[in-house]
Design a protein around this ligand. Sequence first.
Ligand code: HEM
Length: 428
Amino acid sequence: MSRPLASARRWIARRVARRALTSLDMSRLSHSPAMVPLRRDGLDPVAELGERRRQAPVSRLTGILGTNVWLVAGYDEARGVLADHVAFSNDIRPLVGRTNATGPDAIGGLGSTDAPDHTKLRKLLTPEFTRRRLRELEPRIRRIVDEQLDVLEAAGPGADLVQSFAFPVPFRVICELLGLPEGDRERFREIGHARFDASAGVGGLFGAMSDSREFLIDAVARQRRAAGDGLIGSLLARHGDELTDVELGGLADGVFTGGFETSASMLALGAVTLLQHPEQYARLRDDDEAVDPIIEELLRYLTVVQVAFPRIARHDMTLHGAAVSAGDVVLCSLSGANRDPEFGDDADAFNPARDTHSHLAFGHGLHRCVGSELGRMELRIALQALSRRFPDLALAVDPSDLAFHELSIVHGIGSLPVTARSRCPVAH
Ligand code: HEM
């Protein structure tokens, strides 16, 4: 085939793939074997994922337009792929037909970028996540948590813990981190809400994603005139001359994307898990020493980010027995890896007494979550405060009625009706 014809065919195939993606009916896909890494049975990955891992830690998941997609479901194997930046690239632009890393057409932010662009962007962000910055944020997080617990209590029996607590806490924390002025937050909240709402389908989520990016590009332009006291203002002060509004807005949007739904889902599913393990909920309330092991085990057990950013093979290779070709997509199942017997024979159980060191809930390697310490801090403060304010927290519906997301990259739940009666209103 002539080169112009071949590239025209690739262009058409990409347009068709993108169209198909934005109009996908997820319910029709849910039983496709290709969806195994995104399917859940309540809080657990589906049993098929464990079976696949036992049969072969690396296996072919599917093919898209002539490109193989491989699933890596074993712990050592996933860790190895995530650490290998020589054999694998994070740059998915060739797959979706874009070429620009930072311009108006840019996609994916940090997670879909390789060195040297990734190194440059990540260096801009890391000073915003130092211990000092986290210490500054801590009292603000405590205040936000206490205010949202008041909202939860005021909502009375059947209150939705997602709407009153799990969603607004990380949302307001990100607004503080970014330094968005109060007047901007309501509009931003609506956009954030659309992102969290999987009911609009994939098309709705893509729309909400570009809305948040537009919003943040505009916020950067306004902060050039009057800088705020958060990440946007600080990046403008340090690098305002080198970065355009689009670049900075894109970076801020990457932080929003990375930090909002992940933490919201961890809070909501963390509450579900603790309600199923009342003895651990009580330990969280009474024993400060128990907080870290419980949060680490929640991160491992829930692994809300089900798959890492896709990696693309840079050359042909044999990967744990699988014949991977250059250009193939390699998906590391973090939820599969974190339930590997590496964590013990009871890896499918929630057990804060286990050694959870080096779980992969935040990924691994150069793209490991830049906000992991902030995420941990939010979870520690929010879940312990929940247990102290509402020691008798209970589900207001039958557990079988809980509607978990289906096929979501970030596993979560749309609503969580609870009965939240404060035993002692002053004991925050
Ligand atoms: C508990 C909540 C969180 C979880 C479970 C989580 C998980 C993850 C995972 C699995 C990755 C991808 C790693 C890979 O593919 O190798 C990631 C990347 C990232 N996360 Fe988080 N995250 C959380 C909270 C946050 C927060 C609070 C922020 C910021 C406010 C954040 C910002 C980011 C960014 C910017 C990246 C891209 C890093 C890069 O590519 O260099 N995350 N996160």
